[in-house]
Design a protein around this ligand. Structure first.
Ligand code: NI
Length: 268
């Protein structure tokens, strides 16, 4: 993949994302109509820890396009591991990729996930646009339910496959709404429901990052044997603060991301 294929991939990822999460498009357009210019802080992808589809496999096209690995994160309770990547062009979103540590889940779940991945044509995962390929396997409603009983995250990846879980508005680039509390009030006044797990604002100036997010909308997916309406995607907002060195913090805060992962859990 060459660098100039990257904008098309990012555009396609946004286009796919707003089909599944029309509220993100609505909020984006609402902010634009307020005179704001939207820059994405990061795009989050989800996958399974598996030789064919692990974090490092999903990261490959981005590395070829000039991204570099920056840091990794552990979410022991959620059995997740993640890495984030940055581009030297600061206008480009960071890429945050998490994977479910299958070795910590039941042998039944592992076997089910392996059977999904085994359905993928050889070398599909080598495509430069793999991160926007959608669901590359057939899934039944009973398999979805079975996965969901053990892991929300596994069920999400099984149902949606490879496409963004969320985009994130970089609050620092906003003019009128550059304060996360002001932005949250603006959104709530327009009927947007925010994820309040752990408080509406996750993180603080002390950890150089404040984040909030919408709750995941429900979306109807077509599976092999029927349709299911399931939690889909959320839209996130991130405000970054300078480190003591004066440089803006570009990393993530595991404790905050831990709560934000719950935006796609049922029953909220
Ligand atoms: Ni995020």
């Amino acid at each position: 993949m060459t660098v100039n294929k990257l904008p098309a991939l990012l555009d396609k990822m946004w286009a796919d994302y707003i089909v599944i999460n029309p509220l993100a498009k609505k909020i984006h357009d609402l902010l634009v109509s307020e005179g704001e210019t939207i820059q994405n802080d990061h795009i989050a992808l989800r996958t399974f820890r598996h030789p064919r589809v692990g974090v490092d496999v999903l990261a490959k096209p981005f590395l070829k396009a000039g991204y570099v690995y920056k840091s990794d994160y552990h979410f022991p309770e959620k059995k997740l591991y993640a890495k984030h990547y940055e581009h030297s062009d600061r206008a480009l979103p960071k890429i945050f990729i998490s994977e479910l540590k299958l070795e910590e889940l039941s042998s039944t779940l592992r076997a089910t996930v392996s059977s999904l991945i085994d359905q993928m044509p050889a070398e599909l995962e080598q495509r430069f646009d793999f991160s926007s390929i959608g669901r590359p396997w057939n899934l039944t409603t009973s398999t979805y339910q079975e996965l969901h009983e053990e892991s929300d995250y596994a069920a999400w990846v099984a149902a949606f496959g490879y496409q963004p879980n969320h985009f994130t508005v970089f609050i620092n680039r906003l003019k009128k709404y550059s304060d996360i509390l002001v932005l949250n009030e603006f959104l709530k006044a327009r009927g947007v429901k925010l994820n309040s797990s752990g408080g509406e604002v996750k993180g603080s100036r002390d950890v150089y990052l404040e984040q909030s997010s919408t709750l995941a909308n429900n979306f109807e997916v077509s599976l092999v044997d029927g349709r299911l309406t399931i939690p889909a995607c959320y839209y996130e907002f991130a405000k970054r603060y300078p480190l003591p060195s004066g440089e803006l913090y570009h990393g993530f805060v595991a404790a905050s991301a831990d709560k934000i992962f719950e935006s796609t859990s049922r029953g909220q």
